[in-house]
Design a protein around this ligand. Structure first.
Ligand code: 6GU
Length: 230
């Protein structure tokens, strides 16, 4: 997979890609991530890329021209499966979207800033818009890193233990059950007996019950949700 990220602040988004699983995925050649600084497509020598919004109101808007130049250049070099715009006024990221994106070859991610981008950019280029939750961040960079993390770890071969992504929370609309490791007893606190039993069908059943209990208590909305919901 190749991911191109267009941003006002490349430095803000780079570090998550320099550690742990995202770093290893790149070293193994499973994903290539390229950052593009919008400022390099500014309309003047002062690096202007934003302007006041028509109709008045607080907050600057990213101008059409620098983004058009940047995206047009990138899109002339390769075909993108999706052109994604990160914005709070969009559908919320979920595991199903991450699964879908993990099967793609080329992704282009545009991150907003300030009040966002000129609507005409969204109309002309964008095939998918993603928010990461019902709150507002100061920019889309961190949200883009969140999407990339959720997607890259699902690419086959990226996770060491091939099965571990399958048992994540949300993979089947359930929260993950509790987990324990040694010691079996600490300061009087014991690990549930069943996990020490070696009876794997029973362990699986216990885990499923715990996942269901947790989901009912914390996220009952997941249980009434259709698996195919976007
Ligand atoms: Cl994608 N961008 C911003 N600025 N805020 C957000 C978001 C995105 N998703 C949730 N909040």
């Amino acid at each position: 997979m190749r991911i191109d990220i267009v941003t006002v602040s490349p430095e803000l988004i780079k570090s998550p890609f320099e550690h742990s699983i995202l770093k290893r995925a790149q070293e193994k050649g499973m994903v290539e991530v390229h950052f593009h600084d919008l400022r390099q497509y500014a309309i003047n020598k002062y690096g202007k890329i934003d302007d006041y919004q028509f109709g008045g109101g607080a907050g600057m808007v990213l101008m059409i021209e620098p983004i058009d130049k940047c995206l047009s250049k990138l899109m002339s070099e390769r075909t993108y499966d999706e052109v994604i715009y990160m914005t709070p006024d969009a559908k919320t990221l979920n595991q199903r979207m991450a699964n879908m994106l993990s099967n793609k070859k080329n992704l282009l991610i545009l991150t907003g800033h300030y009040k966002g981008v000129d609507q005409r950019i969204r109309d002309k280029f964008v095939t998918m818009e993603i928010s990461i939750g019902d709150y507002v961040l100061s920019g889309g960079e961190i949200a883009a890193a969140v999407v990339c993390d959720a997607v890259i770890r699902l690419i086959p071969g990226v996770l060491g233990d091939e099965t571990s992504a399958l048992t994540d929370s949300f993979q089947d609309n359930l929260l993950a059950p509790p987990v324990y490791t040694r010691p079996a007893e600490y300061d009087g606190m014991k690990v549930p007996e069943v996990l020490l039993s070696g009876n794997f069908p029973k362990i699986e059943q216990w885990r499923h019950e715990q996942a269901l209990l947790r989901t009912k208590l914390i996220r009952p909305d997941l249980l009434s949700r259709d698996n195919d919901e976007a």
